[in-house]
Design a protein around this ligand. Sequence first.
Ligand SMILES: Cc1cc2nc3c(=O)[nH]c(=O)nc-3n(C[C@H](O)[C@H](O)[C@H](O)COP(=O)(O)OP(=O)(O)OC[C@H]3O[C@@H](n4cnc5c(N)ncnc54)[C@H](O)[C@@H]3O)c2cc1C
Length: 474
Amino acid sequence: MNDALQDELAALLGTAHVLTGDAATPYLTDWRKLVQGRARLVARPGSTEEVAAVMRACAARGVPVVPQGGNTGQVAGGVPGPEGDAVLLSLARMNRVRAIDAQNDTITVEAGCILQALQQAAREAGRLFPLSLGAEGSCMIGGNLASNAGGTQVLRYGNARELCLGLEVVLADGEVWHGLRGLRKDNGGYDLRDLFIGSEGTLGIITAATLKLFPLPAARCTAFAALAGIQDAGRFLARCRAGLHAVLTGFELISGDCLRLVTRTYPQQRAPLATLDAPWYVLLETSDSEDEAQALARLEAVLATALEAGEIGDVALAQSSAQARAMWQLRESITLALAEDGKCIKHDVSLPVSAIPSFVEGCDAALRRAFPGVRNFTFGHLGDGNLHYNVARPEGLDDAALHAMQPGLSRLVHDAVHALGGSISAEQGIGRIRTEDLLRYKPAVELRLMRAIKQAIDPRGLLNPGVLLQPPPL
Ligand SMILES: Cc1cc2nc3c(=O)[nH]c(=O)nc-3n(C[C@H](O)[C@H](O)[C@H](O)COP(=O)(O)OP(=O)(O)OC[C@H]3O[C@@H](n4cnc5c(N)ncnc54)[C@H](O)[C@@H]3O)c2cc1C
């Protein structure tokens, strides 16, 4: 069915880039298949000017717009709701590297640039772009910035926010903010860039970004250690921080159940240690400007003291980059293996590192009492205090029963996080699925200020309605 907006967008972008019906369907379901949305059409602009023209055409008719990058988000923020009135705006065609300034250590890329392609472009220029996460082969930098993605290198380099110096953003009415500055110091008032980062498409469409680059590390070392208890993980992290300082780039906690699930689901992936029955494992990485032998010696010395102190039971040090990649593949396969196992109830929480052992022990026990038979699959970026606290259904329970169990179970988990001073969204955002949790746990003053910002920048509420902020309760 043709309509005036569809005709106008087809004239602007070409008919091949305005999709409806079956061609639009793949854009409308989120990665976890939690939300099956509907849209009026999917628009695929190829330049900032085209994004601005789409926004003007939508604003003129009061049509909402949902921006989408790689659609790998875990909270269904990049897909529309069931209303069917929105335009889904895919940034996928805007995938060019605009400039690399090696002296300034910056790269400017369009929002649809796939993270892995961006890392590769930096590498070819002899530099490192350190943002790294399991979805890097399909997520896009615009989506990474809109959700302030974290990943496995935050300990050393920070979240997407810390890696971004400037943005180009198209506003709801089609006006373009040209903020692509490659400056490390710029104190000219409110930081607009930081408002758009993490706004999950509710304040503007990010069309390009200027990002920080770093020297390529001369040596990377990777180790996989088994731990007898969660209490040991915090002590081991403190030892690694003290002994390795800034060269500690990643410190990932993996429960034994997660590791066993991955090796069961993907039998070609082998665990690096002989025993597969430890309750916890840690995958850690250092990246160093020293040569490989010195870097290895430094890590070995720290691991030896941890073994002696009984914090780790067994440890394997990668002897080649292939072995290191295999260790990381185990870690990065957890989300995929969980998806193969069926739907589960996911939580992405952050806590003070010191509170993590008591959270895990207390919450696991409380869940088992309240929901007998549930199975925990906990892993996360321990160095950042970030746990992916996943709870799988008891054997034999169907999807409907799991769905019914979810609100009470998540409430128990989030209450425990809140009581310990944590956050119910560490790195994945709020999206469509955590809006009620945000209302419950965010202080009223923060919600009021967030709504005031939304009202100031998108007064008609056209950008990604239903995501992040719900209207205040009546
Ligand atoms: C296997 C796997 C592992 C993952 N590991 C991690 C991890 O370690 N750390 C982590 O933080 N996340 C992780 N994620 C979640 C996800 O990959 C990230 O949130 C990623 O940053 C999303 O990027 P995307 O391009 O797919 O965005 P999308 O899913 O398309 O969108 C995410 C949000 O950003 C908005 N958006 C997208 N593009 C734009 C734009 N150009 N302008 C304005 N708004 C926009 C959308 O509307 C939506 O609200 C993982 C996901 C998977 C599947």
